[in-house]
Design a protein around this ligand. Sequence first.
Ligand SMILES: NC(=O)c1ccc[n+]([C@@H]2O[C@H](COP(=O)([O-])OP(=O)(O)OC[C@H]3O[C@@H](n4cnc5c(N)ncnc54)[C@H](O)[C@@H]3O)[C@@H](O)[C@H]2O)c1
Length: 253
Amino acid sequence: MGASVTVAGTVAVVVGGTSGLGRGIARGFAEDGAHAVVPTSRTESAVADTADEIRERGAESLERTCDVTDRASVEALCDAVVDKFGRVDVLVNSAGAIARSTIEEVTEAEWDHVTSVQFDGVYRTMQVFADAMDEGAIVNVSSISGRVANPEQIAYSAAKGGVDSLTRAAATELGPDIRVNAIRPGFFVTPQTADEYDEESRRVQIIEERSPLGRMGTPEELVGAAIYLASDAASYTTGEILTVDGGFCDATF
Ligand SMILES: NC(=O)c1ccc[n+]([C@@H]2O[C@H](COP(=O)([O-])OP(=O)(O)OC[C@H]3O[C@@H](n4cnc5c(N)ncnc54)[C@H](O)[C@@H]3O)[C@@H](O)[C@H]2O)c1
């Protein structure tokens, strides 16, 4: 045990690691000296591109697609990582799906799509990987939508509230060997949000006016929180949801 804020030497799997926040975390882990970083999603070309970025940053990688809605696919990923690297130290869950619908509009298909990726997927990867991890850390990417109401995102908000609860419950069950925490991002520019958060939109103006830091975040600005929660520096932290939102949620003006 030490107090170093680093993932140096670890084997890390970043689910949803080929785009946006997950890709930023995967690159950041490699730059921090991780032994291996495995960025995964459903698309072969995206996995190959991000694995190349990992290797360019000095870490080993593995090109393997995974669909978190499919248990066999998650199990195959986990087996492949353990076969190649002998262990998994860190699991990051950053797969994304969104539907912009109210409670009155949301369809069964939208509800199932969002919750199957954002909620069931987190349960599934945690269960499969925890079984393969002797010790280590899990970091789930939740959202401020799980804490404060975000209109027209009913399935998303419900799923993220579920991720917070899942994180706390899993922490009580997987300790002391595995710590389980989550990051609660505010508003970040990524492919998932690019259409909604163009610079002219009223929504962006509100975020900028209401955030003490006066702007949206970049994926690189989530890396420090992910490294901290995955590292020995957080050795006494589990079941925690760490907000990284530029102060948006707690701003009172
Ligand atoms: N961008 C934001 O402002 C923001 C804010 C709060 C929370 N989040 C959360 O952060 C996470 C990442 O979001 P992002 O903005 O980087 O989105 P993104 O669309 O850029 O990335 C999502 C990733 O998930 C992968 N993915 C989607 N479905 C999958 C599946 N079935 N199996 C495996 N991988 C799958 C995609 O291929 C992609 O790599 C999501 O959970 C999102 O809800 C994002």
